[in-house]
Design a protein around this ligand. Structure first.
Ligand SMILES: [Fe+2]
Ligand SMILES: [Fe+2]
Length: 219
């Protein structure tokens, strides 16, 4: 069976689970991440079924987090992932591979942890590509709004050399651009994603320049 056919079968369950999210982790983030992951897979290899389905189900922990009100590790979403995957006909080995990707999708090399599984590396890249470019800007403000983060705070200096490996909360959405989003190109695992990130990161730089120009009354 093709990965697209599996996704079609899972769609009603996933849409129901993700409806109502306004933190930038809504249903369409899953669709886009899945599409980006499958595009990267075409040149980088890996298992198409595992990559497509893992990308499509990777952020169930975010929905659990919205309900709980505090951080939920991807690992804690595995029982729910398995419950959803039980609706399609997959062998146990494939299910385990998908769960491995989901469990490790936020374990990045820049945190000092290295996952070597190509399926996981591709889903991480796709997830991070969706945090950049025009979509990334939209998602960043959405996330800020739903987490009581201001759009910008000019009293705190913007530093591009900020150590983004520390996962502290940023003081504003614009600070998040500088601390993380502008660096996404260098943090990509695969060359394909690095190439795809270039124009997206440039777009964020241009947007930030325009934003600050308007903020400071220079436009
Ligand atoms: Fe996630
Ligand atoms: Fe995600």
């Amino acid at each position: 069976m093709l990965v697209e056919e599996y996704i079609e079968q899972l769609k009603p369950f996933v849409i129901r689970l993700f409806e109502g999210d306004s933190s930038g982790h809504d249903y369409w983030h899953l669709e886009r991440t899945k599409n980006l992951a499958l595009k990267i897979q075409e040149t980088e290899g890996g298992d198409k079924i595992v990559i497509g389905l893992a990308a499509y189900l990777h952020d169930i922990h975010r929905i659990m987090q919205n309900e709980k009100g505090s951080f939920v590790e991807p690992k804690e979403s595995i029982p729910k992932v398995k419950e959803i995957l039980a609706n399609i006909d997959l062998d146990e080995e494939t299910v385990n591979k998908i769960c491995f990707v989901i469990e490790n999708h936020e374990i990045y090399s820049w945190h000092g942890n290295n996952v070597e599984d190509i399926n996981t590396l591709i889903v991480q890249d796709a997830d991070n590509l969706d945090a950049s470019g025009a979509i990334g800007i939209g998602r960043c403000f959405s996330y800020g709004g739903s987490n009581k983060m201001p759009m910008y705070d000019p009293s705190i200096p913007l530093k591009e050399d900020y150590d983004f490996t520390e996962s502290k909360n940023d003081p504003s959405s614009i600070h998040h651009f500088y601390h993380k989003l502008m660096k996404l190109e260098e943090t990509m695992n695969t060359n394909t994603a690095k190439e795809m990130a270039k124009s997206r990161v440039q777009f964020i730089r241009d947007f930030a320049e325009e934003f600050l120009g308007e903020w400071n009354g220079k436009k």
